[in-house]
Design a protein around this ligand. Structure first.
Ligand SMILES: Cc1cc2nc3c(=O)[nH]c(=O)nc-3n(C[C@H](O)[C@H](O)[C@H](O)COP(=O)(O)OP(=O)(O)OC[C@H]3O[C@@H](n4cnc5c(N)ncnc54)[C@H](O)[C@@H]3O)c2cc1C
Length: 469
């Protein structure tokens, strides 16, 4: 194809991967559910190269699929079927452009990984709070484009709350220089918000200025056994009441999820048996405070009242990492052991127990043999209610019932005043949910924004907004 020569002219030989064997890893999504060919994978090194690519692709009518670490769980970063798309990977845009300690801000290019941002912040004597299982691969551009949440939303908010400014290449090839570190700027629309969580449908994020938080001076972590989801929610409320903003993490795992996470991490088994587990973390900016004592006070009361069945407090950094790994390894464990029909719902805290109960009853009654695997961000009301196939089988075998299960679980969440996609976004796997659950007015406003910024449908067609150009 003609365009490949022009693309090579912009990016050089190493910047254009056109051979099928070179493209393969970029064309398949993390879950292995979608695998469609791209014309080529493009690896720009500068914002100006991204702008040149966009202008060239617009002239040729070739659509662009932006890609970060390709760890998204809704196949947003890989092509849709039908051809005519290039993948634009930001992996080679890895510069840390600057750290401004006076302003508690860091400007990085889109291809810097989340883990690298955390490490840079730590080395600068600060803290970057967004943390998730895929942080070693997920990139700043992808994490912003999905408005990822992770384990510390409870006290720091999701990625949206960490973004101060953006640099974006628009569909006409112009560069929007929106990098700044201002905390206040009410000069018309806050345009960066439009691109955060847009899943690459409105522009290509090439750099971001991120907010840095004060360094954590002391931390305590505990794993607590509970008898039910209702007890887990009550424990969260008690812990938050006693600890306030010092409670920085509160995650839930049912027994199967904890066993799976343990089996795929260093521990092999959870430290004790329980029907459910709550992982709690307390952080302090004051090294004179003792987070373990704060946890002991809360857990002492919970054990006495019967809200908690058993508890361990990490005694070292290594023990803390093992407890966190138990939770973080669940998704990879699911994938390694046959996959699952995955869901990512939020409901108000008071409805969480009813939600899980309803799903367990539904599966036991209509799909006996399938295995609910429930875990997630308890403090945010965000649960991953995943349904695993019978032991020894693969989730691909659930194809005939998959849609019905997902419709039922998403419908239950929405009927409980919840959302059918809390933090993973829509991509190409949750479009049916958009049509079912989003109102016509909301969809019209989204299509209007898409038409205004990308009238030809150049960026990520077939994703996120059904019926958009
Ligand atoms: C083990 C595991 C654990 C996870 N845990 C969590 C979790 O706790 N919380 C959570 O929210 N998510 C979680 N995720 C999902 C995923 O890691 C996040 O969505 C992450 O933010 C994706 O980043 P990425 O760089 O891999 O993006 P990609 O997957 O490459 O892309 C995601 C979307 O963003 C678009 N995009 C990527 N880069 C750009 C750019 N520069 N400009 C414009 N658009 C772009 C893509 O087109 C796509 O639509 C998890 C995933 C895994 C595999």
């Amino acid at each position: 194809m003609d365009i490949l020569g022009d693309l090579t002219g912009i990016l050089g030989e190493g910047g254009v991967l056109a051979a099928p064997e070179d493209r393969g890893a970029y064309e398949r999504d993390w879950r292995g559910l979608v695998n469609n060919p791209a014309i080529a994978v493009l690896l720009p090194k500068t914002t100006e190269q991204v702008a040149e690519i966009v202008k060239l692709c617009a002239r040729h009518g070739v659509a662009i699929v932006p890609q970060g670490g390709n760890t998204g769980l809704v196949a947003g970063a890989v092509p849709v079927a039908g051809g005519g798309q290039v993948i634009l990977s930001l992996a080679r845009m890895k510069a840390v452009r600057g750290i401004d300690l006076a302003n508690d801000a860091m400007t990085v290019e889109a291809g810097v990984t989340l883990k690298e941002v955390q490490t840079e912040a730590l080395e600068a004597g600060r803290f970057f709070p967004v943390s998730l299982g895929a942080e070693g691969s997920a990139q700043v551009g992808g994490v912003i484009s999905t408005n990822a949440g992770g384990m510390q939303v409870l006290s720091y908010g999701s990625m949206r709350a960490q973004v101060l400014g953006l640099e974006v290449v628009l569909a006409d090839g112009r560069i929007w220089h929106g990098l700044n570190s201002l905390r206040k700027d009410n000069t018309g629309y806050d345009l960066k918000q439009v691109f955060i969580g847009a899943e690459g449908t409105l522009g290509i994020i090439t750099a971001a200025t991120l907010k840095l938080s004060p360094a954590i001076k002391a931390r305590g972590s505990a794993l607590v056994g509970v008898g039910s989801v209702a007890a887990a929610v009550a424990l969260f409320q008690a812990a938050r009441g006693a600890l306030g903003t010092a409670l920085t993490l509160c995650e839930f795992m049912d027994a199967p999820a904890a066993q799976l996470g343990a089996a795929h991490s260093a521990r092999q088994t959870p430290p004790f048996a329980a029907p459910g587990y709550v992982l709690l973390e307390v952080s302090s900016l004051d090294e004179a405070q003792n987070p373990d004592e704060m946890l002991e006070r809360v857990l002492g009361g919970a054990l006495e009242s019967g809200l908690a069945l058993e508890a361990v407090i990490a005694q070292s950094g290594r023990e803390r990492e093992e407890l966190i790994a138990l939770r973080e390894a669940i998704s990879e464990g699911e994938l390694a052991e046959g996959g699952a029909v995955k869901h990512d719902i939020t409901v108000p805290a008071g409805r969480m127990a009813a939600m899980v109960l309803a799903v367990n009853e539904l599966i036991a009654k209509d799909y006996p043999g399938l295995r609910p695997n429930v875990f997630g961000h308890l403090g945010d009301g965000n649960l991953h209610i995943n349904i695993r196939p019978p032991v020894g089988q693969k989730a691909a075998g659930l194809a005939p019932v998959k849609e019905a299960i997902t419709r039922a679980i998403e419908g239950l969440a929405v009927s409980m005043a919840g959302s059918f996609s809390a933090e993973h976004g829509i991509g190409q796997l949750r479009l049916a949910g958009m049509l079912t659950h989003k109102g016509a007015v909301e969809l019209d406003m989204m299509r209007a924004i898409k038409s205004a910024l990308d009238p030809a449908g150049l960026f990520n067609p077939g994703k996120t907004i059904p019926g958009a150009p």
